[in-house]
Design a protein around this ligand. Sequence first.
Ligand SMILES: Nc1ncnc2c1ncn2[C@@H]1O[C@H](COP(=O)(O)OP(=O)(O)OP(=O)(O)O)[C@@H](O)[C@H]1O
Ligand SMILES: [Mg+2]
Length: 159
Amino acid sequence: MSVFLPDESATEALATRLAAALPPRTAGLTLLLRGDLGAGKSTFARALIRSLGHSGAVPSPTYTLVEPYDLPGGMVYHVDLYRVSSEDELRYLGWTELDEGFRIVEWPDRAPGIAARADISVEFEYEEPGRRASIVGLSPDGKRIVARLDTATATEPVN
Ligand SMILES: Nc1ncnc2c1ncn2[C@@H]1O[C@H](COP(=O)(O)OP(=O)(O)OP(=O)(O)O)[C@@H](O)[C@H]1O
Ligand SMILES: [Mg+2]
């Protein structure tokens, strides 16, 4: 599905809707956040992590690579691969140790192996003055989640 996001609050609202479409236990899921610099990936991730029960700051993982959150649905790992230039570097990230959690990954295409095994992709594009988000379910689980999101969006009342 594809949605126009006129402003930052629309990006946050979409993240909140995705949170509502996720299963109660999110362990093992991988969500890819794609798009150019400033496209809205971190805005979306921050709102999603808050919707999953985190209150407080959501620091950028650009330098730490991963920021963990212990939330009601399980561990959530906010990952930013912007500074990763090869799959080898993921060893430092301890990627395989993140298996038991929900991985939210900015710049996933820096590590094609991760993108290849993901559940959902959200890609942000500039559509001035806002953005457009294209959401695709990649795995069977991901397709179910996106179908739920799609239905919820379609039945939303229009005022
Ligand atoms: N739908 C939208 N319309 C207009 N501006 C938006 C929208 N969503 C987010 N923004 C704004 O875009 C700017 C950049 O957002 P953000 O930091 O989330 O991007 P990013 O994709 O994480 O970038 P980077 O790759 O540099 O980390 C912020 O100022 C944010 O408020
Ligand atoms: Mg970012």
